[in-house]
Ligand binder design. Structure first.
Ligand SMILES: Nc1ncnc2c1ncn2[C@@H]1O[C@H](COP(=O)(O)OP(=O)(O)OP(=O)(O)O)[C@@H](O)[C@H]1O
Ligand SMILES: [Mg+2]
Length: 455
């Protein structure tokens, strides 16, 4: 790792010390502002965003401790530098008090210059981690506010309400729904609205990890637990401690692992592979599946006890075709997201295009709709999206070859658009001849041309 170089404010009433320490810090690559006056230091702190403040405790104008007190009462935590206090043995209580106020560390005089350099580097590393963490949190909030769960249907409103209620508890949640309905989004929303939101949310995709690895992935292992276990490894359950673990595609878990998981849910503890002692955890479990777990229970492929333990709070997300009234809102939302991302101006999605979208069955649900919109935004010249810009690729339940879907309305429009396009191609773009080929008037042709944005 690149050694951290930062902006340091150095405060000590003794000119000589200031000189020596200042030079050492500069030699170590930092930008240093040094002052013998506590008041001057306070002014500087308002002026520039120092990353580390190194301050002596015993100073005539104002003690280092008082400076820290002022800083804490006037500046929000996020904007304060990391504080290192220098203190003589006689004023060690002051240093302890400073630590209680949130100072990063203290150095007891006399100390080696090298000790100061190490402490400043560590403080800087800490400051950078803090900044990064804050950035990630704010980014996540932004994502959630702007791109949260969209929908006005009764069904999705019920889901959102349930998410909000369950977020206030630490109960286990089972989220079910077809592929692409927003199960993962719901799991993230629960965590982001919970009191543990600043703790980790750890996702495990049970279907993506080979069965033989999943156990150590979840519970961790100690060195030598099996061939290839060269070191200790913390499992996802340990990493999620204090926060949330999200077990995605829980329906693919093998019976042996189901049994282990059941134990964790019951006892809130587990043993890493090869470990002698069990580890206690305090976390929320959320799980998701697109499989029919009750049926799997009756067929004997999913443990009944585990099913009940998981579905303390069940949340079922209905497929998009059962809440078509959400389509226009989702379309607007995805148009905005992808237009923003591309820096493209899209003013409106035409009614005819919306109708087309609302009429389709969306076997791939919201994800398929989003992909369709992304494609339209990318391929449309803008600023309007018309039916001609929409091409539905489809996932499951393929329609007859050559037809875009099984919706009559959609296929008719598709046929109209294709026929007009082909006639124009045939005549090299000469509209009069194309109209003749199509057996319609030129006026009718202009209507189709503008309806489908064919040039
Ligand atoms: N109500 C919604 N509002 C906005 N975006 C949504 C909504 N539901 C789903 N999405 C978006 O659709 C995409 C698919 O959602 P998500 O990955 O949560 O689905 P899933 O149910 O977990 O799918 P799978 O079963 O395939 O894992 C994501 O990009 C998600 O942000
Ligand atoms: Mg998912």
């Amino acid at each position: 790792m690149e050694p951290a170089r930062g902006l340091v404010l150095l405060v000590d009433d003794e000119e000589k010390i200031l000189k020596v320490l200042g030079r050492a810090l500069r030699d170590d690559g930092h930008e240093v502002v040094a002052t013998t006056s506590a008041r001057e230091a306070q002014r500087l702190l308002h002026e520039r965003a120092f990353e580390v403040l190194v301050v002596d405790n015993r100073m005539p104008e104002k003690s280092g401790l008082d400076m820290i007190r002022d800083l804490v009462s006037t500046t929000p935590e996020a904007e304060r530098p990391q504080v290192l206090m220098m203190t003589a043995h006689a004023t060690i209580e002051g240093a302890i008090e400073a630590m209680k106020l949130g100072a990063f560390d203290y150095l007891q005089k006399p100390f080696e210059v090298e000790e100061l350099l190490v402490a400043v580097r560590r403080a800087l590393a800490q400051e950078r981690l803090r900044t990064q963490h804050r950035y990630l949190l704010s980014e996540r909030d932004e994502e959630f506010n702007h791109y949260g769960m969209v929908g006005r249907s009764r069904a999705i409103q019920d889901v959102i309400r349930r998410i909000e209620l369950v977020a206030q508890s630490r109960s286990t949640v089972l989220i079910t729904g077809e592929t692409g309905t927003g199960k993962e989004l719901a799991a993230r929303a629960i965590h982001d609205r919970s009191a543990q939101r600043s703790m980790p949310l750890i996702k495990v995709n049970c279907a993506a990890i080979p069965e033989t690895l999943l156990e150590s992935e979840l519970f961790g292992h100690v060195r030598g637990a099996f061939t290839g276990a060269a070191s200790n490894k913390r499992g996802k359950f340990a990493l999620a401690d204090g926060g949330t673990i999200f077990l995605d595609e829980i329906g693919t878990m093998t019976p042996a692992l189901q049994a282990k998981l059941l134990r964790v849910l019951q006892e809130r503890e587990f043993e890493p592979l090869g470990a002698e002692r069990s580890v206690k955890v305090d976390l929320r479990v959320t799980a998701a599946t697109n499989r029919n777990l009750p049926r799997m229970v009756s067929e004997g492929s999913f443990q009944e006890d585990l099913y009940y333990r998981l579905s303390v709070i069940p949340i079922e997300i209905p497929p998009l075709r059962e809440r078509r009234e959400d389509v226009p809102l989702l379309v607007e939302h995805f148009v905005r997201r992808h237009a923003d991302r591309m820096g493209k101006r899209i003013e409106r999605v035409e009614d005819a295009a919306l109708e087309l979208l609302a009429g389709y069955d969306w076997p791939g649900n919201v994800r398929e709709l989003e992909n369709t919109i992304e494609r339209a935004v990318v391929l449309s010249p803008g600023p309007f999206i018309g039916p001609a810009d929409i091409s539905i690729v489809g996932v499951a339940s393929a329609p007859a070859p050559g037809l875009p879907s099984l919706r009559l309305h959609q296929n008719v429009e598709w046929a109209e658009r294709e026929t007009v396009k082909r006639a124009l191609e045939r005549t090299g773009g000469v509209k009069k001849q194309a109209a003749e080929l199509l057996g319609i008037s030129q006026r009718a042709l202009s209507y189709y041309l503008s309806k489908y944005h064919v040039d």
